[in-house]
Design a protein around this ligand. Sequence first.
Ligand code: ADP
Length: 424
Amino acid sequence: MPPILGCVADDFTGATDLANNLVRGGLRTVQLIGVPKPGTAVPDVDAVVVALKSRTTPAAAAVAESVAALAWLQAAGCRRFFFKYCSTFDSTDDGNIGPVADAMMARLGTDFTIACPAFPETGRTIFKGHLFVGDQLLSDSSMRHHPLTPMTDSNLVAVLGRQTARKVGLVQYREVAAGAEAVRGRIAALQAEGCGYAVVDAVSDDQLHVIGEAVADLALVTGGSGVAIGLPDAWRRRGLVGASGEAAAAVPAIAGRAAVLAGSCSAATLGQIAEWQKSRPSYNIDPLRLANGEDVAAEAMEFIRERIADGPALVYASAPPETVKAVQAKLGRAEAGEIVERAMARIAQELVAKDGVRRLVVAGGETSGAVVSALGVSGLRIGAQIDPGVPGTVTLEDPAIALALKSGNFGGPDFFAKALAQMP
Ligand code: ADP
């Protein structure tokens, strides 16, 4: 049986977040990194998520990549499709949500889909078409200052309306509260009015199941990872996927040495580093020494090697905001980020190639991207959730590597030790 679901995600950690929810819904899921090359074997799973980096690229490039990924998923035999973007609807009037969704609809020969970034469990709710982040309207949240996609309008009907020539309607809270039949009725009415999109209200997690049931027969659903929660059960009721179970998260166990690499400077990561340092070894990478041409990566690897027989060590570049600002003032923001990412990538690569490391915990979205790309990983089989939004994963390559990839603020204080204990 080919996979039922093919997903296109506009960034890497967002793809993992979606895949994690699909596994929780009982779908065996693989995340592929970048548009799969022609001839890539179709994995024997229920859902495939293609992770792109198309959130903030020019719209034409995002459309081309997304359509190429969709074409591969269609050829792989998928029958339902999902376009995943951020639960804060990160985009500008130029795109990329509207243009990508328009192009995917055109390719699928459908003229209607929903747009629903709601994920109440994580504080993203939609009421009367307005997106809230926690208790604040999107336009009052910190997202209004985002450097690339400042969100200054909370009205998603209006925001999406500026990104597409299609008419955008709204499925209101009262219809969602009345159940799947009422949502389907409203969708039919909107289609009759000529709408190509419906933003769908949702304020509680059970409403994601109502929405899932109502849209389970659409060729394309667009939204955050939350709206994917209601789809697996709805497809199961239609006999499109097999019985749910823990088995969806079953991935091969990976034996081998372990290490932890942290490049994220988020508050959560700094707390996780402090917690680790209470009882375990750590080595700090100084970006200024890297910029000076000193071989700090080699020192870090030496540090890990000397201790590896006794257990994993942490290598981190993470620093509090004042330190990061001072480093950025000297090196430039992009250059500082890149030299640290290059060092982390090289450490990961050499530990795997020379030291028998097969289990890696990585903190930071960009840092994870750099590590995965240095390791030449083409895809990840998604395992059980470690902490909300972060599953344990196993690479598709031979030899397989177990990876726990965590973006910025994810994970509890003991995440590193917990990930090492729980990952495959
Ligand atoms: P997050 O998921 O928290 O955003 P990322 O890995 O995506 O984490 O981004 C963190 C960025 O900060 C990376 O580019 C990383 O290389 C960079 N970085 C890490 N440590 C430092 C530091 N001490 N000074 C400056 N930049 C740093």
